[in-house]
Write a protein that binds this ligand. Structure first.
Ligand code: SAH
Length: 222
């Protein structure tokens, strides 16, 4: 990543970012490619300038419209789970938000198709991704609970807002051999879930750990 993006921002020094990576390692993130991308992706450009001094803390931060940029640990964990079964060529992300998870993904997979229901968030994300010259990303403004049927099948699907159940439409758009990673549950508690599609009919679901995400909502905001 170009060093120009880091100039003049003391808090985003290499040491600050190395500290974040050490912390993620301690928490069990093992995939070195993922850790490298977390270190090299400038998270401070994905948050408001007023919050940029906190960009390399391992916390979710507000991005407006009652939404948050995901915590680096969870971005790393979900990306690691997505890559576990081998390289991924076509990945659907539901919930572009700030575009940070999109940017990390785009550097590790063939193509990212990312959908967002809140137009102004999507527009901001688009500008940031352009600034980083990530050209293997396609964005769409829609209700991502329906997936992106025109671009299916996907060998990876990553959901960054929590539905009560995995939407059937997303399972239908998962290729055989593909993996879906999503937080599932409501206000009482959510679990990070991995669904692997073993054949046309067979899906294997694993519940992995407790998480906290904003809810997956229906409809769009213009
Ligand atoms: N990966 C993002 C996470 C943002 S929070 C980041 O790190 O910045 C989750 C996002 O999912 C929010 O932007 C929210 O608007 C979006 N979202 C919620 N329900 C959605 C839906 N049905 N379709 C598309 N996006 C949705």
């Amino acid at each position: 990543m170009s060093d120009v993006l880091f100039q003049g921002i003391g808090m985003t020094s290499r040491r600050t970012r190395e500290r974040l990576v050490s912390r993620l390692r301690e928490q069990g993130i093992k995939d070195e490619r993922v850790l490298e991308m977390i270190r090299d992706t400038p998270r401070h450009i994905f948050v408001d300038e007023a919050l940029s001094h906190r960009a390399y803390e391992d916390t979710a931060l507000p991005i407006g419209f009652n939404q948050t940029i995901s915590q680096p640990y969870i971005v790393a964990r979900m990306t690691e789970l997505l890559l576990e079964g081998g390289p991924r060529e076509r990945v659907l992300e539901v919930g572009t938000g700030s575009g940070y998870q999109t940017a990390v993904l785009a550097q590790l997979v063939g193509q990212v198709f990312s959908v967002e229901r809140i137009r102004p968030l999507q527009e901001r994300a688009r500008q940031r991704l352009q600034k980083l010259k990530l050209r293997n990303v396609m964005l769409r403004h829609c209700d991502g609970g329906m997936g992106w049927p025109d671009k299916a099948p996907f060998d990876g699907i990553l959901v960054t807002a929590a539905p009560e159940q995995v939407p059937q439409e997303l399972l239908d758009q998962l290729a055989v051999g593909g993996v879906l990673v999503a937080p599932i549950g409501g206000s009482i508690g959510q679990q990070l879930v991995r669904v692997r599609r073993l054949s046309e009919e067979r899906f294997e679901t694993d519940r992995l750990e407790s998480v906290r995400f904003v809810p997956l909502l229906g409809g769009v905001v213009r």
